[in-house]
Design a protein around this ligand. Structure first.
Ligand code: BTN
Length: 223
């Protein structure tokens, strides 16, 4: 697979779009981003010291309803990477990766659809390694807290290797945090019990004694 290393771009997710017409899988890694993109239109702090990469993958015949597999694969690859360095990662459904309850990594997936098929996906991953996250009010985790002299290049290579491996739904399930959560949905929030993830990626929850599923909501663990 082609891998391009760049010093700085506004966003690897944007930069990689130049390869969309080529049909070849490619990964772009940047040392820093000047306008890193987060989910829900947020910005993603991308100072030197983190791993910032986007992987463009083309698919032959993947129904769009299976897009969850792309997200699952990325989140598991990040968890496996963090484990190599002695961390015990957890996935905050659907795809935030936490260590010690703090966010170690953000994943932004942008899918290119053709009819009801997933033609390609851009998987953007930002992993804190040697960057100073102290400005983020204790909500972020950086790998150098566990391995102080860790090399960003080494972590990047471990992540790339893990992205190249197959993952299973059971591996994803094993990392997902269950239990008490606060669900933030359509501007409202309520307490619920996360019971498990279904194969299509939906989260099964219990609210006021009744079960329901969530397909896209922001959840926050409260205990
Ligand atoms: C989030 O948690 O909000 C998702 C953050 C995703 C950040 C990564 S860094 C590499 C890629 N390029 C971007 O601009 N964003 C993603």
């Amino acid at each position: 697979m082609k891998i391009e290393l760049v010093e700085e771009v506004p966003s690897t997710n944007e930069y990689i779009r130049r390869y969309l017409s080529g049909g070849e899988n490619v990964v772009v890694c940047a040392k820093r981003q000047s306008a890193g993109k987060g989910t829900k239109g947020r910005t993603f702090l991308s100072e030197e010291g983190g791993v910032y990469l986007s992987a463009l993958t083309f698919y032959q015949d993947l129904p769009s309803r299976e897009a969850f597999r792309v997200m699952m694969h990325a989140a598991v690859a990040v968890c496996k990477t963090l484990e190599v360095y002695g961390c015990s990662p957890e996935i905050k459904w659907p795809n935030d990766v936490l260590v010690n309850g703090r966010k170690a990594c953000g994943i932004l997936i942008e899918n290119i659809l053709e009819g009801d098929k997933l033609k390609a996906s851009v998987v953007g991953i930002g992993l804190n390694v040697q960057n100073d996250v102290s400005a983020l009010n204790g909500i972020a985790f950086s790998l150098n807290e566990v391995v102080p002299d860790i090399s960003v290049e080494e972590v990047r290579n471990t992540l790339l290797q893990n992205l190249n491996k197959q993952t299973s739904f059971s591996a994803y399930q094993q990392y997902v945090r269950l239990g008490k959560v606060t669900v933030e949905e359509n501007g409202e929030s309520y307490d619920a019990l996360a019971l498990g993830v279904l194969e299509d990626g939906r989260l099964k929850i219990q609210v006021d004694g009744r079960e329901r599923t969530l397909s896209s909501a922001e959840i926050r663990r409260i205990s």
